[in-house]
Design a protein around this ligand. Structure first.
Ligand code: GUN
Ligand code: ZN
Length: 442
């Protein structure tokens, strides 16, 4: 792990969400906007946060203060579903889920049996996350343990909190991408022992989705989860109508798609299911009862033509939800872009996604979905100091629009509609600036 500078401090404009009460979609009263604020960081954690006028006398005289007078500082973005090996195949033309997997995804993922290839893409991937202000992500690797080592090594050098795991897949995929029920268990167990809780790294048991695992493999995955209840489960669920029909054919003995995972002990408060576009009512109930979480991936759902995710239902049903880019089916690493499309997905269903709810999903809501809200998601004292410095005026059009912004809510809304990686001025991980944008815009 790279060294952590003992105490640093940052002055600027801060915006975060303090908390939410489940089922309260209007989170205005939880918004905290400190126009001239100060955060003091000690050994990677927030030691003090509040208005500058109340905090500046606490600063040690020899401490170097970073001041961002014109920017907006928000908690680091949290991406609750992304595939690092699919970085290079983002934007692959023309197919929906099942054909897209066979045509583009599987051939791409085969390359990750080569450790040096894995390392090269892992480095690129982690840099790309940071360049987009994403400080924590829940990540699919490939079936190859080498891919997991590569990713956790890249995260470790930057002190970054990542959750990741080896894909489990023992059928309906090319030979070079399959394991067995037994090797999936053995390899995952070794990786859990090696990485879970090492530095900021956390492990997720990662069956790709029900169609590519035999019942024997899912049973082994459940056994592993029972042995390591603290690790995560990360998979896909109810993304595409043909996929759902296929699961019903493959598992006729189960009541539905989610019941396949539930039956094998794979639901729970540390289980994250990507997509959930077409859940049945009983499945929403099961998600709630088991405290399982959803990763909402709007750019992916639109790109693959999967459907419109009913975000409002997560509030109505009391189900945790985070925001996912789902690279490479998703089309951007950037959470501002992802929020842009999340907004439009709601518009198409006659619903509004407010700017503050959007900020919530990209930060504290994501932390809650990952059961990390005791450590991440806002500027509360004691939390880990991961945050993003946003330049609201990265282009001439943004400058014009921001000059007309009515208030901070409108300014943040406009940022989510117009913004992308050009707006990320700096990214801090565990109190250290791990990405700083070069002066000239690209
Ligand atoms: N379902 C199973 N595998 C995948 C994948 O790689 N991407 C997406 N979007 N859905 C999946
Ligand atoms: Zn995915």
């Amino acid at each position: 792990m790279s060294s952590v500078i003992a105490t640093t401090a940052i002055r600027g404009r801060f915006l975060d969400i303090q908390n939410t009460v489940a089922q309260a979609r209007d989170i205005h009263d939880q918004v905290r906007y400190v126009e001239d604020g100060l955060v003091i960081i000690h050994e990677g954690k927030i030691q003090w946060f509040g208005p500058w006028r109340e905090g500046h006398s606490r600063l040690p005289t020899d401490l170097e203060l970073q001041h961002y007078p014109d920017q907006l500082i928000v908690p680091g973005f949290i991406d609750t579903h992304i595939h690092f090996p699919q970085t290079e195949m983002v934007g692959a033309y023309g197919e929906q889920l099942l054909e897209w997997l066979n045509t583009y995804t599987f051939p791409t993922e085969i390359q990750f049996q080569d450790a040096s290839y894995s390392e090269k893409i892992a480095e690129f991937f982690v840099q790309e996350l940071l360049k987009n202000g994403t400080t924590t992500a829940l990540v699919f690797c490939t079936v190859h343990p080498e891919s997991v080592d590569a990713l956790f090594n890249a995260a470790t050098t930057r002190n970054m909190r990542l959750i990741a795991g080896k894909v489990l897949m023992d059928r309906h995929a090319p030979e070079a991408l399959t394991d067995t029920a037994e090797t999936a268990y053995i390899d995952s167990k070794a990786l859990i022992e090696k990485w879970h809780g090492q530095g900021r790294n956390l492990y997720a048991i990662t069956p790709r989705f029900a169609p590519t695992s035999t019942p024997e493999q899912l049973q082994k995955a459940g056994q592993l989860k029972a042995e390591y209840p603290d690790v995560y489960v990360h998979t896909h669920l109810s993304e595409n109508k043909n996929e759902i029909a296929w699961v019903k054919e493959l598992f006729p003995e189960r009541e539905g798609y989610l019941d396949v995972y539930h039956h094998y002990g794979l639901t729970g408060s540390k289980s994250v299911f990507a997509h959930c576009v077409h859940l049945e009512d009983e499945e929403w109930d099961c998600m709630h009862q088991t405290d399982s979480a959803i990763a909402f991936c709007p750019t992916s759902n639109l790109f693959l033509g999967s459907g419109l995710f009913p975000l409002k239902k997560t509030w109505d049903k009391g189900v945790k939800v985070g925001l996912g880019t789902d690279i490479g089916a998703g089309t951007s690493f950037n959470q501002l872009q992802t929020l842009n499309e999340a907004y439009k997905v709601q518009q198409l269903q006659g619903e509004k996604l407010s700017a503050f709810e959007a900020l919530y999903h990209a930060t504290l809501g994501g932390a809650k979905a990952l059961s990390l809200d005791d450590r991440l998601g806002n500027f509360n004292i004691g939390k880990e100091a991961d945050f993003v410095v946003l330049n609201l005026n990265a282009t001439a059009l943004q400058q014009l629009r921001q000059s007309r912004a009515k208030n901070i809510e409108d300014a943040f809304f406009a940022l989510t509609m117009l913004g992308d990686d050009r707006n990320i001025a700096a990214t801090y991980v565990y109190g250290a600036a791990v990405y700083v944008k070069a002066a000239a815009s690209e």
